[in-house]
Design a protein around this ligand. Structure first.
Ligand SMILES: C[S@@+](CC[C@H](N)C(=O)[O-])C[C@H]1O[C@@H](n2cnc3c(N)ncnc32)[C@H](O)[C@@H]1O
Length: 228
């Protein structure tokens, strides 16, 4: 009882300002610890708290298809595959990268991961997504993590427009760059692409703010989107 009261009091008395999370975010990014983050020994350029958020999203969404733009080493694709196998429904992960050279053998040989070597905005990617949506029923989870220039992300968002349905989940990664709050010199990137997309198509998605805020910081600010 004493411990319960102490714990409740502790929470009530704790009154952090937003800068605590922001300082941690800037530390996480600037030390480049994200470049040394691994899933089962395969590098994944993610924050662990974002990965945990994705695990929670996948477990409740139970998608049939995961669409990943930007494979890199393939650690994130392997992570998604491991989570999806625990869920137990039939699924496929489509992971697209223009430069396949770094992809780990574990990712290449995973039977649930399909790799495409081309630009994410190539029309063959859209048509493959379309066929996989028919083959693997249920919602889709898409994550944009390839070329982080504003124009490229905007093209990806527009390409996915006819391919995503109500209830599908879309994460636009690395919207933290260009001063949101890291790497202020970067130039227009994913954050600005989301802004422009919403100006053109304000009704397509709503922001999953609760999810975005859950762990105090995310590398995808403004980027947790649910299709209306
Ligand atoms: C940030 S890394 C991806 C990280 C990976 N999703 C992870 O979490 O570990 C970005 C990747 O996007 C790829 N890329 C760059 N431009 C691309 C494009 N136009 N289409 C597809 N992939 C692209 C790069 O080759 C690079 O491997």
């Amino acid at each position: 009882m004493r411990h319960m009261i102490a714990s409740r009091l502790n929470s009530l008395l704790y009154n952090p300002d937003a800068s605590a999370a922001e300082q941690y975010h800037i530390w996480f990014y600037t030390t480049k610890v994200w470049e040394r983050t691994k899933w089962m020994n395969v590098t994944t350029y993610k924050s662990p708290s974002d990965m945990w958020n994705y695990q929670e999203i996948l477990s409740s969404l139970k998608p049939g298809l995961i669409i990943e733009f930007g494979t890199a080493f393939g650690g994130s694709a392997l992570f998604f595959a491991a989570v999806m196998r625990q869920i137990g429904n039939p699924f496929r992960i489509l992971s697209v990268d223009i430069h396949p050279g770094r992809i780990d053998n574990k990712t290449k040989s995973d039977p649930d991961i399909e790799l495409l070597t081309m630009s994410s905005v190539d029309s063959r990617v859209a048509s493959r997504i379309s066929s996989l949506r028919t083959e693997f029923q249920g919602p889709a989870f898409a994550i944009l993590d390839s070329d982080h220039s504003k124009n490229h992300v905007l093209s990806e968002l527009k390409m996915l427009r006819p391919l995503l349905n109500s209830g599908d989940y879309l994460v636009v990664e690395d919207s933290n760059i260009n001063g949101h709050p890291v790497n202020p010199m970067w130039g227009p990137g994913p954050f600005e692409a989301i802004d422009e997309y919403f100006q053109e198509f304000p009704e397509d998605y709503y922001h999953d703010i609760e999810r975005e805020n859950k762990f105090g910081f995310t590398c995808a600010p403004n980027g947790f989107l649910i299709r209306r």
